[in-house]
Design a protein around this ligand. Structure first.
Ligand SMILES: [Cu+2]
Length: 457
């Protein structure tokens, strides 16, 4: 039986958790704000007090502990600058809550009375908006509209009842574009208070936020005026290969809750299984309105909650289906080099720039496998080593690992799937086939006939 004390002790053993007092004397009445600085996925926080529920697992994150005061769950969020490792080899300067971006997940039970202290350690005013909640208007967290903004150095308190079960988010509603571009947000899960006809008991419950940053290769701080052209597509401010795998036991009913706080939509695609969207931030979906999918689009400001039975063993990709969202920071102005013979060009440039490498003549997979010289604090565009070589992925990509022998409740990474003999795609004996060498493309005859002036470029 795990207790809150065990949670803290386990964290301390890992060297990363510390309860930190904010001006201890002045804030004696407030709950201590726990903080974590590392990006390791923490085991689900078994509720030490209050009504029981099956907790969620936040990918590369954690759940915020609380204290009970006269039947009210009290939390303490601290908005502050943080350092976030996005994947090994790159640390970003972000804004977050309690040591991390995203902030810790808040988990409560339908009907709970909650009191959330918010301390602002940022250099500018902020608020917290509780996305999707039914609450008194003055608790909605919109600076100027429903409350004065929380000035730097001050603590405000929000109090309301968690009225309906579901998957929600929290984020600022003050200088929003900048504060969200810096990584200020988190998830909120309200568990049902009793058996709910539309909410299944699941064996594994995962959650993560989609977020995006624009960080120049070699830099560490996001460009905050970017509106659309972000270059790091993240789950919980992590990019592949920094995103932990989702580890389940074969036969488990699995729920994954995905919230989107980027500025574009993300079609999230799961391999090997069909799922149903069972809920949104608007609540559980009636059974008659669910249908099977293998991809679900999560639009801006939406939550999608998917469920499936993990009955196919193996290592199954789960990723955004926009292919440039499964790559890390890159120069968008690189021309297509497919089919362009660069060998002689590279040889001549090497005379001047020894590290120069010609890229992409035969596609870009080669880049996944070669060690390119990169600026400091920059990730390769496509990386990750799998059991069969380079994965050639980055960004919004992870792996659902389904194992017959994964112990119930154990979320540890079981390693790569060992495929049964004869079950992997393999080379067959055939005459060698030379790769197609693209000749400079001639315009089709019809086009040439009609538009003679256009074929000579
Ligand atoms: Cu995407």
């Amino acid at each position: 039986m795990s207790t809150r004390r065990d949670f803290f002790r386990a964290g301390l053993a890992g060297g990363a958790v510390a309860a930190v007092g904010v001006a201890r004397a002045a804030m004696a009445a407030l709950p201590e704000p726990p903080t974590r600085s590392d990006a390791a996925t923490q085991p689900p926080l078994q509720p030490p007090t209050g009504r029981p529920y099956r907790p969620v697992l936040t990918l590369n994150g954690w759940t915020l502990p609380w204290r009970m005061v006269d039947g009210v769950k009290e939390f303490h969020l601290v908005a502050e600058p943080v350092k976030r490792e996005m994947a090994p080899g790159m640390v970003a300067n972000l804004w977050g809550y309690n040591g991390q971006s995203p902030g810790p997940t808040i988990e409560v039970v339908e009907g709970d009375r909650v009191r959330i202290y918010v301390t602002n350690r940022l250099p500018e005013a902020t608020t917290v908006h509780w996305h999707g909640q039914r609450l008194p208007n003055g608790m909605d967290g919109v600076a100027g509209l429903t409350q004065p903004a929380v000035p730097p150095g001050k603590t405000f308190v929000y109090e309301f009842q968690a009225r309906r079960p579901g998957s929600f988010m929290y984020h600022p509603h003050a200088d929003e574009m900048l504060q969200m571009a810096m990584g200020l947000h988190g998830m909120w899960i309200t568990h049902p208070k009793a058996r709910h006809p539309l909410i299944a008991d699941v064996d594994r419950d995962f959650c993560f936020l989609l977020n995006a940053f624009d960080i120049e290769p070699g830099a560490a701080t996001p460009k905050v005026m970017t509106m659309l052209d972000f270059n790091l597509w993240c789950w919980n401010s992590r990019v592949f290969p920094g995103i932990d795998s989702l580890n389940v036991r074969q036969g488990d009913r699995v729920r994954i809750r995905v919230g989107n706080l980027t500025m574009t939509n993300h079609p999230i695609h799961l391999h090997g299984h069909e799922f149903e969207v069972t809920g949104t931030d608007g609540g559980p979906i009636p059974r008659s309105a669910r249908w099977p999918e293998v991809t679900t689009d999560v639009a801006v400001g939406q939550m999608r909650q998917i469920e499936f039975i993990a009955d196919e063993p193996g290592d199954w990709s789960i990723h955004c289906h926009k292919s440039h969202h499964t790559m890390n920071a890159m120069g968008h102005s690189v021309p297509t080099m497919l089919g362009i013979e660069q060998r002689d060009l590279a040889r001549r440039i090497n005379g001047i720039v020894p590290e120069f490498m010609a890229m992409g003549s035969e596609g870009m997979h080669e880049m996944a496998e070669m060690a390119m010289p990169l600026p400091d604090n920059t990730l390769p565009m496509m990386s990750g080593d799998g059991p069969f070589g380079g994965l050639g992925m980055g960004g919004m990509f992870s792996v659902l690992k389904v194992r017959p022998d994964q112990p119930p409740g154990d979320f540890r990474d079981p390693g790569w799937w060992r495929h049964p003999p004869g079950s992997v795609a393999r080379e067959v004996a055939a005459a060698p086939v030379p790769p197609t060498v693209a000749a400079p493309t001639a315009a089709p005859a019809t086009l040439r006939a009609r538009k003679p002036h256009q074929h000579s470029h």
